[in-house]
Design a binder for this molecule. Structure first.
Ligand code: PHE
Ligand code: FE
Length: 297
């Protein structure tokens, strides 16, 4: 889940299939209405990613994912997951129809509520979907909400979002890039090598392999201001991944007041998604193989 512009098309399951609706309210998970196909889609993706992520996802993701004891062949019930979350870090999942206006999204996070899209993709969309669905939100984002440091980071991000929203559109762009390159597409360096923690990666088989094993992308050490200036990809694999050493590093780096940082960055140009700078701590310089020439957002 990320935020989007207000008025974005969302959808609802009806007897005509999924049709657009415009609510940004919290909705009850309509668990009894999931079809056999929906459960099967979950099962296929769940079992496939559990295999792909062995040795690729970070320790914290794998261990916390297991704590939920999700059945492999049925869509989990938010109520069951919420019992585990409540005891561990006080986070709570709330059902939503889809992408939310930024301020609504930030307000949820600031109050330790994570919005989860209730509907799941169709069987022909197993490998790619242009917007978050249940599998991305639940499988990708929820495990790390059991990690105390990451749980605090997500709340701090929500509060920072409310604040940035009051500052202006440019501040929001800077903050969104931080979310993109950490929460959605972050890598972490562990004892045995680079590992994945970003939810946009863990919910994608192709990108789980690509981000670690392909020679194409850059892998660069975390640098807050650098990330806040860096454009990104929404329709291809990332050209650059940023690597943290620990969730504590992420928490410490983002603790300061961002106001002066937003003001400083407003004077500076953005950085194309694939550029490597002389000041970067480079783990791997990408070959750029297969990169689209334009389309950075
Ligand atoms: N420290 C940030 C601010 O003052 C808030 C924040 C925390 C933003 C963590 C992102 C992540 O705006
Ligand atoms: Fe997401």
């Amino acid at each position: 889940m990320t935020a989007s512009e207000p008025q974005r098309v969302e959808r609802q399951q009806t007897d005509k299939g999924y049709v657009p609706v415009y609510t940004t309210a919290v909705v009850e998970q309509p668990w009894a209405s999931y079809s056999r196909t929906d459960h099967q889609t979950w099962a296929t993706l769940f079992q496939r990613q559990r295999e792909v992520l062995k040795g690729r996802a970070c320790r914290e993701f794998i261990e916390n994912q297991e704590r939920f004891q999700m059945a492999p062949n049925a869509i989990p019930r938010f109520d069951d997951l919420n019992e585990v979350l409540a005891k561990a870090t006080g986070w709570q999942l709330v059902g939503v129809e889809g992408l939310l206006p930024e301020l609504v999204f930030f307000d949820h996070l600031a109050n330790r509520r994570f919005p989860v899209t209730w509907w799941i993709r169709k069987p022909e969309q197993l490998d790619y979907l242009a917007e978050p669905d249940l599998f991305h939100d639940l499988f990708g984002h929820v495990p790390l909400l059991l990690n105390p440091v990451f749980a605090d980071y997500m709340e701090a991000y929500g509060k920072g979002g409310v604040k940035a929203h009051g500052i202006g559109a440019e501040a929001l762009v800077n903050l969104t890039r931080l979310y993109w390159y950490t929460v959605e597409f972050g890598l972490i360096r562990q004892d045995d090598g680079l590992r994945i923690y970003g939810s946009g990666i863990v919910s994608s088989k192709g990108e789980s392999i690509h981000c670690l094993e392909s020679p194409a992308p850059n892998r660069i050490g975390f640098d807050l201001k650098r990330i806040m200036k860096t454009r990104y990809r929404i329709d291809t694999y990332q050209k650059t991944y940023f690597v943290i050493d620990s969730f504590d590093q992420l928490m410490d780096a983002t603790r300061p007041d961002f106001r002066p940082i937003y003001a400083e960055l407003a004077e500076q140009p953005s950085i194309p998604a694939g550029d490597v700078l002389a000041t970067d701590a480079v783990f791997n310089r990408g070959t750029g193989e297969g990169w689209a020439k334009d389309g950075d957002v």
